[in-house]
Design a protein around this ligand. Structure first.
Ligand SMILES: Nc1ncnc2c1ncn2[C@@H]1O[C@H](COP(=O)(O)OP(=O)(O)OP(=O)(O)O)[C@@H](O)[C@H]1O
Ligand code: SF4
Ligand SMILES: [Mg+2]
Length: 363
């Protein structure tokens, strides 16, 4: 289980965090000023842990994933905080040091990755490029074995290696992308919406494959997604992002059964239930501009619980129960999210905990 307060790296039981993120801040410089796309995010992950990161479009999920590998492109830049992978501070690494840890220690499966396979190269050559870039020349036989093993790990036949990307289905392409990303046995995998543009059955297969890959490697995984049901089936922990902030983080069952943040509650409440009887409701309003964030809580304008303090003071991210953290002024005054007068469903737990249903982005 995670020690969510952990920041120093070493646990009392000797387990070291694979990843520590401390007060991470990322901006995009725009003509109107810096847009705070990631704003003071902190969490840690241990080997083998699976974190699902959800939030509406534009909440900063991809920016955070890219920042973890220092892959942000201008006008994006890290302006504060630390990212520590296997005890080493990524934020202060040189370019050669960064190159050395990418793929080998931390792998990114970027948003839309399956379209980034080189269309004129056979799959095998694309694996070989990744291996040789990190390990130099290997014998032909060794390369073949490495490629075959990586392809088998994602449940594909080795004959796939001799095909071109256009000869593969969407699901096969996505699995190839995951296999290439993990060919050097990384300890941390960041998968950014690996199932988007795939049909529902294939989505589940791809997520199952990611799970097998993760178990085989013993890696920690961050799965970024919009689909609460799919993410919840995969993850041990869920983090909810809103306007660049991590507003809630907890074990998946705790967070789905008893969400603490009003935004999480509304997200879960907006999902249809298993029988599809619950009407899909939007969350009224839009997220704030990241360039001109209002003072106080960024969710205040949309929050049915908002009170005076919310528009004045920014809530801190605090642990309310063991391993369950939230950024909201309702706590620690409350132990649970109070019932909202006139809207009982807002505080009623969903009948199926949202595990098999799709979360719609409302932005
Ligand atoms: N190149 C850029 N210049 C300016 N702002 C940007 C740039 N890229 C992203 N942003 C802003 O940063 C914020 C976070 O974007 P990001 O892509 O990280 O969101 P996301 O949560 O991954 O969204 P989605 O679910 O749509 O993938 C957005 O508000 C976006 O407008
Ligand atoms: S701090 Fe206030 S506005 Fe923000 S989520 Fe909590 S109750 Fe709502
Ligand atoms: Mg994204």
């Amino acid at each position: 289980m995670t020690d969510l307060k952990q920041t120093s790296g070493a646990h009392s039981n000797g387990v070291v965090d694979v990843l520590q993120v401390e007060d991470l801040r990322v901006v995009y410089d725009t003509p109107a000023g810096p847009a705070k796309a990631v704003d003071g995010v902190s969490f840690s992950l241990k080997a083998g842990q699976r974190l699902g990161l959800i939030g509406e479009s534009g909440s900063g999920k991809t920016t955070m994933g890219m920042a973890l590998l220092r892959l942000l492109r201008p006008p994006g830049r890290i302006v504060g905080g630390r990212i520590v992978i296997n005890g080493r501070d990524v934020t202060s690494m040189s370019v050669p040091e960064l190159r050395a840890i990418r793929l080998k220690e931390v792998a990114l499966i970027p948003q839309g990755a399956m379209n980034s396979l080189n269309p004129v190269m056979r799959i095998r050559a694309q694996f070989v490029d990744a291996i040789v870039a990190h390990e130099g020349r290997l014998s032909r036989q060794e390369l073949q074995e490495r490629v075959d093993k990586a392809i088998a790990r994602v449940g594909l036949p080795s004959a796939i290696a001799d095909r071109f990307p256009h000869q593969l289905s969407g699901g096969q392409k996505q699995r190839v992308v995951m296999a290439i990303a993990c060919v050097l046995n990384p300890e941390l995998i960041v998968a950014d919406e690996p199932t988007s543009a795939l049909d529902v059955v294939v989505q589940e297969q791809v997520i199952a494959t990611l799970g097998q890959l993760q178990e085989g490697l013993g890696a920690a995984v961050i799965l970024i997604g919009h689909d609460m049901g799919l993410v919840a089936q995969f993850a041990d922990l869920i983090g909810v992002m809103y306007a660049g902030r991590l507003v809630e983080l907890g074990r998946v069952d705790d967070l789905l059964d008893e969400p603490l943040h009003p935004y999480t509650r509304l997200l879960i409440d907006s999902l249809p239930n298993l029988e599809g009887k619950r009407e899909l409701r939007g969350i009224p309003g839009l997220p704030p501009s990241l360039v001109n964030l209002p003072p106080g809580c960024p969710f205040a304008a949309r929050c049915p619980y908002a009170f005076d303090r919310c528009t004045i003071e920014t809530p801190t991210f605090q642990e309310i129960r063991l391993g369950h953290r939230v950024a909201c002024h309702l706590y620690p005054g409350h132990q649970t999210l109070p019932l909202l007068p006139g809207r009982p469903s807002v505080a009623a737990p969903p009948s199926n905990s949202g595990r098999e249903i799709r979360m719609e982005s409302e932005s």
